[in-house]
Write a protein that binds this ligand. Structure first.
Ligand code: GDP
Length: 138
């Protein structure tokens, strides 16, 4: 069984979409094996997204990610990393396939409802950023 980190971003949490998004995961056979609601500081968002620091949108993106509560979760299941990326859809909701979370719930390329780890290696690092092993219950 794989684990992946998922974040429901401020735009989706503020529109009360947590349950609707969680049901997408569960319907697809992924299990929410850890979950918490929190608000990042801007410097915590900058640390989490450090890999993007050279990109033009880094400043505004980190401001946005700390603009309100998020829901952080660990999803578990077979091929969880890829499965979640498929459920999320393309980064820009306008280009995401019909029926994906970002197509259905995203507002813009930045306010695109969800984050999901893009590899098993990154998933382990990202899960460790938000959760201790004690908080993950399979
Ligand atoms: P992801 O793996 O699909 O989330 O995409 P990336 O790793 O490339 O980007 C991380 C996040 O930065 C995305 O989910 C968007 O919220 C945001 N982002 C990506 N590209 C852009 C862009 O061109 N402009 C802005 N404003 N935000 C972007």
């Amino acid at each position: 069984m794989e684990r992946t980190l998922s974040l429901i971003k401020p735009d989706a949490v503020s529109r009360n979409l947590t349950g609707a998004i969680n049901s997408r995961f569960e319907q697809a056979g992924l299990r929410i094996i850890a979950q918490k609601r929190l608000r990042l500081t801007t410097s915590q968002a900058e640390k989490f997204y450090e890999i993007h620091r050279e990109r033009a949108f880094y400043g505004s993106f980190c401001e946005y990610m700390s603009s309100g509560p998020i829901v952080a979760q660990v999803l578990g299941g077979e091929n969880a990393v890829l499965r979640n990326r498929e459920l999320m859809g393309a980064t820009n909701p306008a280009n995401a396939e019909i029926g994906t979370i970002r197509r259905d719930f995203g507002e813009s390329i930045e306010h695109n409802a969800v984050h999901g780890s893009d590899s098993l290696e990154n998933a382990a690092v990202e899960i460790g950023f938000f959760f201790s092993e004690l908080e993950i219950i399979e």
